[in-house]
Design a protein around this ligand. Sequence first.
Ligand code: SF4
Length: 361
Amino acid sequence: MLELDLTAELDRQLSVCNACRYCEGFCAVFGAAQLRTAIGSGDVAYLANLCHDCRMCFDACMFTPPHEFALNIPAVMTQARVETYVEYGRPAVLAAMFRRPGRAAKLAVAAAVVLIALAVALFAGPEAIRPQLGPGAFYRVIPFAAMLAVALGLALYGVISIALSARSFAHDIGGGVPFVTAATLRTALHEAISLVYLKGGGSGCYDEHRESGRRRFFHMLVFWGFLADFAATISAAVLQDFLHDLPPYPLWSVPVALGTGGGLAIVAGAAGLIAVKKRSDPRPMSPRMIALDYAFLGLLELAAITGLALLAFRSTGAMGSLLVLHLGAVAGLFITAPYGKFVHFVYRFIALVKHAHEQKN
Ligand code: SF4
């Protein structure tokens, strides 16, 4: 359960909103808040993850600081979302490290790079810094079995950790009422894929005190880039395991085309999101959420840029070092996924399912 002072603060701010109710016309959060006579801590987690951080309610409100009511709903929501990630993250000891997300992300990548570099030094030795050409070139630096075992181990860890977090979160926001049905899942899936709420109150978010579709556009680039890279990995596995065609693959092959397109989309999307964030008014944001955002976007950039560099220099002596860096960055993403910004899509999706249930009843 989330901290009581956050619950009391959101309750106070929403009770002032009740006297105005202007924002109810454009934001699902205020409509959902209206259904509650008092805000409990499960409600805070639900409303905070239903909030898409468009910040329109900050720009539209006449009671924001320096007014004595000091309403700042987006700041409370972002603070509550950060608390969600720490509170529900499993195991709790690792989730607690993300109270300082930048340091945790750097530690995760550094540890992964050092361990992979040691493994490469033991397995390949000096061969790792010589050009490796032809089928199986990557596996002469790191054996395929080791790569697969670590990737599967990290993926399994991430899935179990996120599933445990999601179950606790769904239990708390549900308040004992089941809300997951085929219809609510369908509605939430449509809303999540179309990023409908990143349109804010109309045609965009209020990052610089005016409507803009930039954040939604860059978010879409990262989202589809991520899916393209995932599809590239699956297609490479099919080529290798079913058609016995070992990497590296030609530039025009399906895995390389998907991986390159996805990597470029992530580089552009993450850079765009960082630029938007740097120009945004920091008042409607929690400093801890800003740190969490930068840590995640930085990791995404590192993974995508090292992946593209690996493609560009794969037939040179730099391939071994770039492979270590790229795998270290990807491992960092996997390790931090259950506690960092990546996990926001899980909590947000569950909140959308709950919202769809409330709308239908
Ligand atoms: S920031 Fe946007 S989504 Fe969040 S409560 Fe305000 S208006 Fe709603």
